[in-house]
Design a protein around this ligand. Sequence first.
Ligand SMILES: Nc1nc2c(ncn2[C@@H]2O[C@H](COP(=O)(O)OP(=O)(O)O)[C@@H](O)[C@H]2O)c(=O)[nH]1
Ligand SMILES: [Mg+2]
Length: 483
Amino acid sequence: MAVAFDYRALAIAVAILIALAIVVAFVIRARVRRKAPPELPPSEARPGARIEELPPVEVVLPAERLARRDRAKDDVAAAQAALEAAEARAAGTPQARADVERRRRDLADAQRRLDYEARKVSEAEEKARREAQAQALARREQAEREARQAEEARARTAQEAQRTKLAEAEAGRTLAEGLAKTRGGFVARLNALLGTSKALDDSMLAELEEILFSADVGVHTATHLLESVRERLARRELTDPSKVKAALREEIERILSLGTGGPASEAGHGGLPDLPPGAAPPQVVMVVGVNGTGKTTTVGKLAARLGQAGKSVLLGAGDTFRAAAGEQLDVWADRAHVPIVRGKDGSDPGAVLFDAVARAKVEQIGAVLCDTAGRLHTKAGLMDELKRIERTLEKAHGGAPHEVLLVVDATTGQNAIAQARQFNDALGVTGIVLTKLDGTAKGGVIIGICDELKIPIRYVGIGEKISDLKPFDPHEFVEALFS
Ligand SMILES: Nc1nc2c(ncn2[C@@H]2O[C@H](COP(=O)(O)OP(=O)(O)O)[C@@H](O)[C@H]2O)c(=O)[nH]1
Ligand SMILES: [Mg+2]
């Protein structure tokens, strides 16, 4: 049995399927479009997008290209005119018709040529426009970069000024404030004794002796002071207690001015001396002393002082013995805004300091401040280690260390003098920093140090803040002590 094939039904089914496929395609496309394109960070944004933001640019095309297009235009016009003339002349002869046909072909050729030249002009125009825009964009980005850098530099300067202000705000303590405890100690007792209108007699001298002997100036210096008073009394120069006080003050200032003894200490008191004439930078300062006297703190404060005076400074973290000593110095480097060379805990301190000096030479840094350990397994071990470091520094830079700065803690009183003597014998100390004067009534020890050792006192420490390191000036010191 023949089955009649229904072509109409098939066509309708196919049409429905096609329509369905079109609808599905539209739905999918609409969904894809609705998804927002991922947001690009500004620096990765498509250059095209940035170019579109630019104002339109004028471009100049090569004259030769424009001339070729114009010639093609003229050729079209000429072919058009020739065709029109041929058509006018056409008299139905086969030659005339052939001539018209030929002119028509010429016109079509000329037109094609013109189309080609016009397309080339617009391509060249587009290319030139893109190039000009890319250049404009590069210029704009360069300007933006420069503006950003200038802004960053401005922010850095402002931050710097803020830091300096903070450091200055920290500079609250004066020398007189730092010496308050010592002034309240033996100086207060001297004032109480010599500020009276009592007669100058043996009992007063006995009390003076007692005050001076218990004042941490040391037996040697106390004897020295008493003798000078007795001599002047014998010469009848001192007729009342206030004159005795003035004489003592004078004598103390004279002793405090003694710190210009040996050749190594010619620069005298008050601040770090300059490099000797002819010596090449960097100036290498080796900071030594027993544990806890304030070496690391002094290195940090000194770095800030020198930095403020315009000197470039590098810190060398030579205390690799005590865990966390490096981190402590790191914090100071940060506060003083100076670079630092550090090794691993337990590494060879000589090697670390050698590297520090080498880096300072390469980077033409003015001064290297070398922190060192204050405690090893034995005292002899410490001195040997420090002597070895001293030799290493000499190897790193002839003439180094230019300064061996001993840090002693005033709160240890007479012990400070003993330490200074030991370090001086082993290393040849060229300057002393007496720290923690703010925390003790034993400040008189400074008089003993100057009298017995005659090593210049470079600085005194009167607190834990960055600005609590003052260059030592004997006159100023006596003024503050007796104020
Ligand atoms: N009050 C006071 N404390 C100080 C002074 N110098 C250092 N110190 C403190 O003494 C402690 C030991 O100092 P540090 O520098 O670590 O000593 P180092 O072991 O010799 O390096 C720290 O807590 C410092 O803050 C000072 O002049 N005055
Ligand atoms: Mg330390």
